[in-house]
Design a protein around this ligand. Sequence first.
Ligand SMILES: C[S@@+](CC[C@H](N)C(=O)[O-])C[C@H]1O[C@@H](n2cnc3c(N)ncnc32)[C@H](O)[C@@H]1O
Length: 269
Amino acid sequence: MPDTNEYIQRLRESNPLREPYLRAAIQALRLPVGSRGLDAGCGIGLQVPLLVEAIGPAGHVTGLDLCPEFLVHAERIAEKAGLSGQVSFREGDVRRLPFDDNTFDWAWSADCVGLPLEPLPLVEELARVVKPGGTVAILAWSSQMLLPGHPLLEARLNATSSGIAPFVKGKRPELHFLRALGWFRDVGLDELTAQTFVGDVQAPLSDEIREALISLFEMRWVNVESELSQEDWVEYQRLCEPESSDFILNLPDYYAFFTESLFHGRVAK
Ligand SMILES: C[S@@+](CC[C@H](N)C(=O)[O-])C[C@H]1O[C@@H](n2cnc3c(N)ncnc32)[C@H](O)[C@@H]1O
């Protein structure tokens, strides 16, 4: 786990890649206009403006995170976006939400539930604080194709312990994020839906997208050297290190895509 400042920087850097499809994912939930919702594990609150956009000026979002430093940044981001009146932040643990039953109209949690926390009690906890008929939604990174033309190297990088995150090596299959429909069914949610959202980028890359991709390479394939053959490690450095003359992001025809998957359901009436 990187230190807090590095983590904040990574969340910020990856946002330009994620924002377009996260907006689409949030819109797909059709959250009621004027509703009140929870962003559980909100981090620095990057999705709070998107959630507010979806519910309109009469709605309210509460962001909750375990890490107080993240919440300081989240408050600043909300203030800068002119949203202070519509959002509040609270330090807390998604495993024991500091809210009464039936507090919210919906709950959203991105890249938190199931990664690596035990998912069932968390989904149950989210469902507990949502009113009957309200939506519970969780989303997580589910795949990437970042090295066009090098599918075997990319497959081997993705088979390393960090590349396979957020799935965590050795995890029981039913705890894999892509089995979330089962978690939702087990806690009694209705109208279960799974949907995958794609982000993609193509050359020429803006500086912002280039930085985001460099950060993504580092995040996705961190400390992989010991898990690769010498040949693959050399090839990884040749293609993925910005100082290499063959750095893949310099390709005039670079194209990449990545996905996050959304699972949602309704609290039974
Ligand atoms: C990968 S970040 C995602 C942040 C944000 N949802 C996003 O997508 O930008 C995971 C977040 O979950 C938070 N988190 C992890 N375990 C938690 C827990 N038990 N209770 C509350 N927040 C938690 C971390 O502090 C971190 O901010």
